[in-house]
Design a protein around this ligand. Structure first.
Ligand SMILES: [Mg+2]
Length: 212
């Protein structure tokens, strides 16, 4: 299992990229309602870049941490603004959390999700209720930590994480944006799901599918 973990994580990033290609227009439409309409394109560029970088990695020798730090630099090099530094910092924090972690057991998965969300929060200086991707990543991280502490089975662990993420994304519909481009439209953002929250929930669903 542990020898295959870096490969599983690389496959996870491939699945994320495929999902983003499928949902690209939907994500850009969400962004068009409250932002500049490029979120689908941005995420597509970022995840294609991640996979281009991962393709150069020797997965027989790479660690989980190597896969994650390669994803971080691939994303940042391709997406310099907005979402780029947020996910790059999240993935970089996760790479640190994954040092000397050979397997994707549930405590490791919980720490990885926690590290991604902490990285995004520190970089974006945001919190829950801002109508951003943090409204998905922070509750997902809490759910993962709780499920791991309760020693839940694999299926129950990921179920909790995915439900928290999806509830978090849905909750952004009734929030007023205070961060990023959507903050310029403030009240007009009410009634629209935040595109970054929507893509975060989709990514977490793919993570669950890939790692369980
Ligand atoms: Mg945008």
């Amino acid at each position: 299992m542990s020898k295959d973990a870096p490969r599983s994580m690389a496959v996870m990033f491939q699945m994320m990229s495929q999902m983003i290609e499928t949902e690209k227009d939907y994500l850009s439409e969400l962004d068009g309602a409250i932002g500049d309409g490029d979120h689908g394109i941005t995420m597509s560029i970022g995840f294609l870049a991640i996979n281009a970088e991962l393709a150069k990695l020797d997965l027989g020798r790479a660690s989980l941490s190597d896969v994650m730090s390669t994803a971080a630099s691939g994303f940042l090099n391709a997406v310099g603004a907005s979402t780029g530094p947020l996910y790059a910092t999240g993935f970089r924090h996760a790479a640190k959390a994954l040092v000397d972690r050979p397997a994707l057991d549930l405590p490791t998965c919980a720490d990885m999700i926690q590290a991604i969300s902490t990285g995004i929060r520190e970089r974006g200086k945001g919190q829950r209720g801002d109508k951003t991707m943090l409204d998905v990543w922070l509750p997902a991280a809490d759910a993962a930590a709780n499920a791991a502490a309760e020693n839940k089975a694999v299926g129950a662990f990921w179920h909790d994480v995915v439900i928290s993420a999806e509830n978090g994304a849905a909750a952004t519909r009734s929030m007023i944006a205070t961060k990023g481009r959507a903050a310029r439209v403030r009240e007009r953002s009410l009634g629209h799901i935040d595109p970054g929250a929507a893509s975060a929930a989709l990514l977490i669903r793919v993570m669950a599918d890939a790692l369980q």
